[in-house]
Structure formats: structure tokens, C-alpha cells
Design a protein around this ligand. Sequence first.
Ligand code: ADP
Ligand code: MG
Length: 189
Amino acid sequence: RMANFPYHKTLADFDFSFQPSIDERQIRELASLTFIQEGSNVIFLGPPGVGKTHLAVALGMEAIRQRMSVYFVTMQRLVADLRRAYQEGRLDKRLRIYTQPKLLICDEVGYLPLDALDAANFFRLVSERYEHGSLIITSNTSFTNWGTLFGDQVLASALLDRLLHHATTINIRGNSYRMKDKLRAGVTH
Ligand code: ADP
Ligand code: MG
């Protein structure tokens, strides 16, 4: 699959009328990819099914269309991969997979709590990309809970400091698109 995307969807496939908490103009502005030229980040926050991964993939597909290097990884796979590399003494080399692309999309930060090694590896990745390559992150976990998520308040604030220094945060509040047809049919659970 292209750039390791879980699926191929574009902004044209996104129904903005379903998710009124999203400012369509802001997303279209992001799709100009100025944020990548500036090395700044985009963070999509919100509950499951509201379109975080879809929008991240759509921006990634636009970057590929403009011939930029893009790589997509879930947080779960990322930390597992870096952990294995660390244990095998090849962390520096392995990190390059994630530091080299012009745009790295890290999906689903917050679904799993991280131990100290995972947190340290992710911190290192964010530090190495800081002001040098853009990150798109999706998360269901608001920033105030990242201390708990990373098991370390000090590390979490240092991480957020770098991540948010040049960043756009998109907070999505709304219903899951996955539940759309069920809600329409009157099924509430
Ligand atoms: P999450 O926020 O959990 O990452 P996704 O972005 O993967 O959710 O969205 C779940 C599914 O619903 C995907 O197939 C996605 O393409 C679709 N989807 C979500 N929001 C919209 C929308 N506003 N318009 C069209 N499809 C959407
Ligand atoms: Mg998702």
C-alpha cells in the first residue's frame, strides 16, 4: 500500500456536513501543505469514528500527489518496532525510517498506555523531527492526559512543548461516522 496507509481516501471523500465541528476552510488550508513546508505539525483530537484517520490520510495523499515522502504508522506498531530495534541494538538505524520522510503520520496515540522505554523512544522521535519534518498525529486523548499516557509528566510536557511549538490542533467533537447508519435506523446501542 502507498505510504503504508490503512486505506486510500481523499478530502473529496469527506462529508464535512456530517461533522460540523470541523472547520472545512481550515482543513482546505492544511491541504495546501504549507504546514509541511514550514515543518509544523497537525494534531487531530477526538473520539473514535469522527474522521481523524481519514483526514490524516487525505493530507498524506495530497503530499504524495505533490511528490513528498510520506509514511504512515500506528502508534502501536511504531513503539513495538522501536522497542524491538532497541533490544537488538539498532535503534539509531531504525529511527531513520520515521525521521526521514517529509511527513510522518502517527495514528492512534493514546489507545494504549506506554511504558518508560516506549515513551522515551517516542520522545526521541518527536525531538529528532522537531523543526525539521512535519508530523500528523491522531489521538483520542486530550493533552492534559498525556502525562498519564506517557507515564511521566515531565517527559509529556517536554514532548508537548516540541510537538505544539509549531502546530495546528483540530478538535473534533461529534458522532462516529461508523455509527451513522445505525443512528439513522434508530439503533442507539
Ligand atoms: P477515526 O476518527 O476513529 O480515525 P476514521 O477517520 O477512520 O475514524 O473514520 C471511520 C470511517 O468513517 C472511515 O471509513 C472514514 O473514511 C469514514 N468517515 C469518517 N468521517 C467521515 C466523513 N465526515 N465523511 C465521509 N467518511 C467519513
Ligand atoms: Mg482512526
